[in-house]
Design a protein around this ligand. Sequence first.
Ligand SMILES: [Zn+2]
Length: 273
Amino acid sequence: MYDAHLHLQDDRFDNCRAAVRRAAVAAGVTGGCCCGTSPHDWPAVCALADQPSATTGFHLLPAFGVHPWYAGELPADWLTQLEALLQQYPAAPVGEIGLDGLRDHPSRAVQRQVLTAQLELAVRLQRPVVLHGARAWGDLLAALRPIAPRLPGFVAHAFGGSADIQRELLAMGGFLSFAGTVCNPAAKHVRTAAASTPAERLLIETDAPDLLPFQPKTGASAPEQTLAIPAAVNHPAQLVTIAATLAELRGVTVAELGALTTANAQLALNVVR
Ligand SMILES: [Zn+2]
């Protein structure tokens, strides 16, 4: 199983990162796309990406980008730094980038400027992008519309938009990735979107350490491993809970769902093993 979106560099993992990777592998989650969010955490993503997966058992694909929350506090040369990193890691997608409607700062105009610069960079380097659109899917679509035909691909992470937005993202060739919100029976529109996304465009993710699945099944990983991980911290082994919920919603087995979304992640993110 492949976690299409996580942040293993987050400092909430500082005391349990090895346990998190062990728990993931024990649960059958063999890798994930680790998204940087600002120049501050790019070095930590590099350090994780530079550890050979043979020693950790977990295949980590680094991605680099500026998350909309951090678009207002960038050094003057941020885009040059980002391009240099993407050249250094030729398999890295551009992400996590996008727009966020949950916060007023930085302003939508600043968020959009930083997003567009990164979308243009992704076009120039021909990298897939990983998009964040929380409560701003409509504006994100408007920013993406003129650029999408020139991108090699994109992923809408933790998708939670309307059916209209879902349709247009799919028409643009995008992949939709679903996080732990689908495990909440009250999240009806997210569950409908997850059930109706075509099989060939479906991804699953944890967004760890955030978006802890509703009613996590702690039995998903070995007890001695989860003990080391704080209960409030989401981690990639929880992907099993998300996969089980999605499999049920779609009427397929967990094994089928896992195989399908792993193959899709390879296409969407150009994951090289
Ligand atoms: Zn994220």
